[in-house]
Design a protein around this ligand. Structure first.
Ligand code: M6R
Length: 609
């Protein structure tokens, strides 16, 4: 995720900015840059790679001056490169900007600016902000910033400076965090507390559509129309290590809590008034007509998201799918032809088995569509079509926000393919898209249940096994939930399709066995209820995740904990449902004293076989 730091004061800005960016390194980034005002002009340096590489450039040519902005970039639009790194500047280099987030309407704005004569250097969405500011600038950078913000759609936090107003920084926020730090004769902006914690603990959190104007002696806050507003100061009491995790004890919990925003970022610009729009998926109707079979291949959690992808594509686009883990696929001699579409999913984009699967498929002439979280990753470079999950960097080994965003991407692809095949009515498209847009709210509901889930996990922390059952899409959610439990709490866990219980697994159920049931699918609810009664009568303790309308039936069946999701399409339910399971796995691991973020024997990115 990108990081922003800004400084205005009496000290030299360069070291404060570099040091602040280093404090944000944990967020993940692929390039870094600074702009500092000195002797009537803005100087800047930006470099692909680690901050160390930027420092080497700065050692040779330091940026002097006491007002500046800095940025670490996590690529979303345009691959990691020097030119795509921030800051971005206006053509006359009088205005510089750093940006976190995604400008949803950047193509439209870019076209307009090009017609007005602006020339673009980079592939980023951010550069439109620099030129827009310039186009509105008539001597007052605050006015230009206000007008610019009104043109932008999407999510953004911005740090802006102008060489005509050298003592000032402007900060703007919409749907992307930005804070203001107050010091003595110096003030700061940052995307996150750790960047400035060693200089001040007195923080203002900007809210959406708010603007802050900072000089070394003052900070003034305004609403989007430029009316002055009052804000309440927060004094940070966390220590620096906690601050990196945003006050959460583990990255995993932070990332679980980031899921509403992650889904919003995945959907930005992809659900429009004209329906689903996937810019980087360039499969045409003619291409699709030639494709006679589709393979989905991935590893671990990404594979589990692929299971839902299979269900979605088969349901909406009526294309048969074969799904395989990459480690099996590569040695199985799969049938691949020029008419095969291979869909791969990979958070990191660097998983060795997944890359090997791509290699085999490409050699056989297949087309490759990738869903990945990392722009410029090996998977992204190898694929013909890409859909980025835009989840922001995931640090905890256990994948959470990558999974829900992969599921959302799979649904978007299914709808896209169905549309190409003429199988999706406008009405269905609208209904599902609306429900998908609503899913962050249902994730919030799940997050609100954290304490209750924690209680249940602590009560049962000494269990030896935990089983998960569901049917259809719910079974797919169980598979992912079970993986989460295994990998971070080291408790033996298995998922079963509920209909299979009687064919064997029910023999495992005895007094006190803990069973997690995912029962969100309307059409199979009655069947699942019977399964619940069967395990209850053998003494199982049951936690269920279901729709609100089924609460009574579950409580009557003696289910110990019922968590309900409201207002949703069945197909969207796996997104909030898995959050309850992630939280259970997390609290079980904490209760058992496990190192949640770094489970034993596991690595975040499996780049070897
Ligand atoms: O980076 P990838 O998505 O390709 O990684 C795939 C798996 O290694 C990964 O999902 C793994 O299963 C996670 N630890 C699950 O939480």
């Amino acid at each position: 995720m990108c990081g922003i730091v800004g400084y205005v004061g009496d000290r030299q800005a360069q070291d404060i900015l570099v040091n602040g960016l280093e404090k944000l390194e944990y967020r993940g980034y692929d390039s870094a840059g600074l702009a500092v005002f000195d002797e009537g002009k803005i100087d800047y340096q930006k470099k692909k790679g680690r901050i160390q590489q930027l420092k080497e450039v700065l050692d040779e040519k330091p940026l002097a001056g006491s007002v500046g902005i800095g940025h670490t970039r996590w690529a979303t639009h345009g691959e990691p490169s020097d030119v795509n790194a921030h800051p971005h500047v206006s053509s006359d280099e009088k205005i510089a900007v750093v940006h976190n987030g995604i400008i949803e309407n950047y193509m439209e704005l870019k076209d307009k600016l090009i017609k007005e004569g602006y020339e673009f250097q980079s592939d980023t969405d951010t550069e439109v902000v620099a030129h827009l500011l310039d186009s509105y600038y008539d001597g007052d950078i605050f006015e230009a910033a206000k007008k610019t913000a009104k043109d932008l759609k999407g999510s953004y936090s911005l740090g802006i400076m102008s060489s005509d107003d050298p003592d000032k920084l402007i900060a703007i926020r919409k749907n992307s965090p930005l804070i203001i730090g107050m010091g003595e004769n110096e003030n700061f902006i940052a995307s996150d507390v750790p960047a400035i914690l060693e200089h001040t603990r007195n923080i203002y959190y900007l809210d959406n559509d708010e603007i802050a104007v900072l000089t070394k002696d003052s900070v003034d806050f305004y609403d989007e129309d430029g009316n002055s507003i009052e804000k309440k100061e927060t004094v940070i009491t966390w220590d620096p290590e906690d601050a990196e995790k945003g006050g959460y004890p583990y990255f995993m919990l932070k990332e679980i809590n980031e899921q509403p925003k992650a889904i919003e970022d995945t959907l930005i610009g992809r659900i429009t008034e004209d329906g689903i729009k996937l810019d980087d998926v360039i499969i045409t109707k003619e291409d699709l007509d030639k494709i006679d079979h589709v393979h989905i291949v991935a590893c671990g959690t990404a594979y589990n998201a692929g299971l839902l992808g299979k269900a979605f594509i088969e349901k909406y686009a009526r294309i048969p799918i074969e799904i395989e883990t990459a480690s099996e696929y590569r040695y199985k001699d799969p049938i691949i032809t020029e008419n095969t579409l291979l869909i791969v999913l990979s958070q990191s984009g660097e998983t060795a088995d997944t890359l090997a699967a791509i290699d085999i498929a490409k050699k056989a002439g297949a087309r490759v569509l990738a869903i990945t979280n990392v722009v410029g990753s090996s998977v992204a470079r190898e694929a013909d079509d890409i859909l980025y999950t835009n989840a922001g960097p995931e640090i905890a080994v256990a994948s959470t926000k990558a999974y829900v965003t992969q599921v959302a991407c799979m649904l978007l692809i299914a709808l896209h393919l169905a549309k190409l095949k003429g199988l999706l009515s406008e009405e269905d498209q609208k209904r599902i898209a609306e429900s998908l847009l609503n899913s962050p709210k249902q994730i919030e509901e799940a997050l609100e249940a954290s304490e209750e889930i924690e209680e249940f996990a602590y009560e049962n922390k000494d269990l030896h096994d935990v089983y998960l059952i569901g049917r259809g899409l719910d079974y797919d959610s169980c598979i992912e939930g079970s993986l989460k439990i295994k990998e971070i709490s080291y408790v033996h866990s298995e998922s079963f399709s509920a209909g299979e219980l009687k064919h064997g697994p029910i023999a495992l159920v005895e007094d006190g066995t803990v069973l997690l049931v995912v029962a969100t699918q309307d059409k199979t609810f009655d069947k699942l209820l019977s399964n619940i009664l069967e395990v209850r009568s053998r003494g199982a303790k049951v936690l269920a995740i279901a729709q609100e309308k089924h609460r009574d039936a579950l409580e009557k069946a003696g289910v110990e904990k019922v968590f309900c999701i409201t207002d949703l399409e069945d197909d969207i339910a796996p997104i909030p449902a898995v959050v309850y399971l992630q939280l259970f796995a997390y609290y079980l691991a904490v209760a058992r004293g496990c190192d949640v973020d770094k489970p034993k024997n596991l690595a975040k990115s499996v780049t070897v076989e």
